[in-house]
Design a protein around this ligand. Structure first.
Ligand code: AMP
Length: 435
């Protein structure tokens, strides 16, 4: 018997309905804010992620699933190294949605230049080769939004407000959500800040782990996320990005906070929130449900340099993504669920001699948009009623010799057990009224 890959999950039954419900809520909330749905491939060139996410990030260095087509595998093994392959042959399963979306916008000439911003939302599987554990999968599902073409801090605030609204509509009590925000600076102030953190780590190198010593050279800000208690203690004294913002970034961040305050959104400033990807600039944010203990359920930020890194004209951008599996876990931890009941259904039952009439009645109900089931295994009428019950049918349509002779069908209400004989042209309406 085959087994699923460790760190992947099958979306079946009620779990699938949770995912579908999340998509419905996403469509409802995001379209009110002017977002259109998009879908980009799960398979992209490695370079799309290297350019945007950054070569030195954990996601690119350690977690990205590299993909080689069957025909290329031999060449790759013969070449001994992936770097001998052409860029278009070096593929990866997307670890996140933003880089691929920006690649698509640039490639299709959709990056707005002075026109109204482009707003898009997407949903689908993401892949990260992490060590599987609760809330940490190797294939998981995200819903995300992206906006290209505006740097107005009102937009940053609006996206954060929309994210909170989305979580509340999914069933999280507003007070269970803990929102942290920060500003990461921009091309003018971040390099200087990064250099000062690097120097700080080098000055404390003997108190820190090997990983952090390596981070000092590759990606010093990641040291803020180190789990090692000694490193955490050292990093408490590290210079903070919010003390090192340039004037423009400081003013932008102040405006974002002013808009959030005005909207009555509760947040905590966390100057150590650095997020794992290189493309972030200025505003970053993350939402946790502390009671649930599953880690962040969503996060995002501004990426004003990313369009350029993906080969387009300099264009500001901002977005966020939320993780379906963690949202499901977090809601369950709060005693709630994303699950919605299955769609109400009708069942068509018949005696053997009315099988043809039942087949037609089933088609008629389905054509009217009613979810309709029937028996395919030659059950007795009693057996068919049992099956209808098991499937949760609210109405059973019965066809026997009397109904066929009368040119109608009996509709039985499964709750009240009332039965009426109706002509076929009134059948759909009679069944609908029971659902
Ligand atoms: P990130 O881009 O890492 O901030 O991811 C955005 C959201 O996706 C997170 O807040 C999580 O909800 C979810 N997520 C990220 N990585 C994983 C993973 N390995 N397994 C499950 N969910 C994840």
């Amino acid at each position: 018997m085959g087994q699923k890959v460790q760190g992947t999950e099958d979306l079946l039954g009620g779990y699938m309905r949770e995912w579908e419900h999340m998509l419905d809520v996403a469509r409802e909330v995001f379209s009110a804010y002017g977002f259109d749905a998009v879908e980009t491939p799960a398979l992209e060139q490695v370079d799309t992620f290297v350019h945007g996410i950054g070569e030195s990030t954990d996601v690119v260095r350690k977690e990205m699933f590299r993909v080689v087509s069957g025909a290329l595998l031999g060449d790759l093994l013969a070449a001994g190294t992936e770097s001998r392959l052409k860029a278009r042959q070096r593929l990866a399963l997307r670890p996140e949605g933003t880089a691929g979306f920006v690649r698509a916008a640039v490639e299709n000439n959709l990056v707005p230049q002075g026109a109204a911003p482009m707003k898009a939302w997407y949903a689908g599987p993401m892949f990260r080769g992490e060590r599987p554990q609760k809330g940490r999968l190797r294939q998981f599902h995200q819903v995300g939004v992206e906006v290209l073409g505006a740097s107005d801090p009102a937009l940053d605030a609006e996206l954060i407000i929309m994210l909170v609204e989305f979580f509340v509509k999914l069933g999280f009590p507003a007070e269970s959500l803990s929102l942290r925000i920060n500003s990461m600076g921009d091309a003018a102030c971040r390099p200087r800040y990064r250099a000062s953190v690097r120097q700080f780590i080098l000055d404390h190198a003997d108190e820190m782990c090997d990983d952090c010593r390596e981070r000092a050279e590759l990606n010093p800000l990641r040291a803020f996320d180190c789990k090692n208690p000694a490193c955490r203690a050292v990093m408490e004294g590290a210079p903070l990005v919010t003390d090192n913002l340039c004037e423009d970034c400081g003013a932008h961040y102040a405006q974002v906070k002013a808009y959030l305050d005005e909207a009555g959104i509760a947040y905590a400033e966390d100057p150590t929130l650095v997020r794992g990807l290189d493309y972030y600039t200025r505003t970053v944010f993350e939402v946790d449900v502390e009671e649930a203990g599953v880690g962040a359920i969503g996060g995002g930020g501004r990426y004003d340099g990313l369009v350029e890194l993906e080969g387009g004209k300099p264009t500001p951008g901002i977005g966020f993504a939320v993780g379906f599996e963690r949202i499901s876990l977090a809601l369950k931890a709060l005693g709630r669920t994303l699950e919605t009941p299955p769609a109400p259904c009708a069942f068509v039952a018949c005696t053997p001699d009315a099988r043809g009439a039942a087949f037609s009645a089933t088609r008629l109900l389905r054509a009217a948009g009613i979810r309709t089931e029937q028996d395919y295994q030659g059950r007795s009428l009693k057996g068919q009623f049992k099956l209808a019950d098991k499937l949760g049918a609210r109405a059973v349509v019965v066809l026997g010799p009397d109904e066929v002779a009368a040119g109608g069908a009996t509709v039985r209400d499964m709750q009240t057990h009332e039965q009426v004989l109706v002509p076929l042209d009134q059948l759909a309406a009679a069944v609908s009224s029971k659902l």
